[in-house]
Design a protein around this ligand. Structure first.
Ligand code: ZN
Length: 269
């Protein structure tokens, strides 16, 4: 079986220092976490920026730049910048960061109800972001919150807005989106093109079981405090410990870990 790519999603938009002191917020903290997670076995880092003062999600280009350049200077990790937007961030606020030319960027190919809010991704927004990524030679990671989003992603290829082989991330177990069950994971995996690669990001308590399923099924794994702040019930996690646990689990199950450069080959970067 192909080597296992571990993506670390250390920050996200939601966890604050009050929820867990282990979440990296400032560019310096995020770069330090990247170094530790690369040493633990990560191949890809999924990047969000925060306002260092109030920890709110940031769209500030200079903050993204500081994080991105810091990670590139100190690690070999594949950088994947999130184009996600909370609180109604529009196209202009979400595409500027692509000018940094990360190797990858996330692209959510549909809308979904998050607990208490709509995560709105209109067809026009999706196509505009996809076109930007294609023009800048950035590989999209299709962020899939529900099965219909797989088909929206595949449709981008026929529109000339994405280039196969595609790469998918199945975000599972978030309230309002697809539940984290093995049946749903098999369904998602069977829906993607045969030449595509895939990762699973289980939310909260779904992170560990979905990682185990993905290791056995030949997929890849995303972990990190963006998706889950606990190591076990009541015990807070650190990003590097979550990576280490996947490395251990993969070892037990007989799957080798991809270095960042091996991950580049697997993902056709
Ligand atoms: Zn994210």
């Amino acid at each position: 079986m192909e080597k296992l790519i571990i993506t670390i999603a250390p920050t996200g938009s939601l966890p604050t220092k009050k929820m867990t002191p282990h979440v990296p917020i400032t560019p310096e903290e995020i770069v330090r976490t990247a170094v530790a997670c690369e040493a633990a076995g990560a191949g890809v880092i999924h990047i969000h920026a925060r306002n260092p003062v109030d920890e709110s999600p940031s769209t500030d280009f200079t903050v993204f730049e500081e994080i991105h350049e810091g990670i590139k200077a100190k690690t070999r990790l594949i950088t994947q910048i999130s184009t996600g937007g909370r609180a109604g961030m529009g196209y202009e606020a979400r595409n500027e960061r692509l000018r940094l030319k990360p190797e990858m960027a996330s692209l959510t190919t549909g809308s979904v109800n998050f607990p208490g809010s709509v995560y709105a991704n209109s067809p026009q927004l999706i196509e505009a972001l996809a076109a930007d990524m294609k023009r800048l030679a950035i590989k999209p990671e299709m962020e899939i919150f529900d099965i219909s989003m797989v088909y929206n992603a595949i449709a981008l290829v026929s529109k000339g807005l994405a280039v196969p082989p595609l790469h998918f991330d199945f975000v599972m177990g978030l309230k309002g989106a697809i539940p984290a069950t093995i049946e749903n994971l098999v369904h998602l995996k069977n829906a993607i093109p045969s030449d595509a690669t895939w990762t699973v990001a289980g939310i909260g308590p779904a992170q560990l079981p979905m990682a185990a399923h993905a290791i056995l099924m030949g997929g890849h794994v995303r972990v990190g405090l963006e998706d889950n702040i606990y190591f076990s019930k009541g015990e807070l996690a650190t990003n590097e410990h979550l990576v280490e646990r996947v490395v251990t689990l993969a070892g037990i199950l007989g799957r080798e870990i991809a270095t960042p450069d091996e991950a580049r080959k697997i993902l056709h970067l």
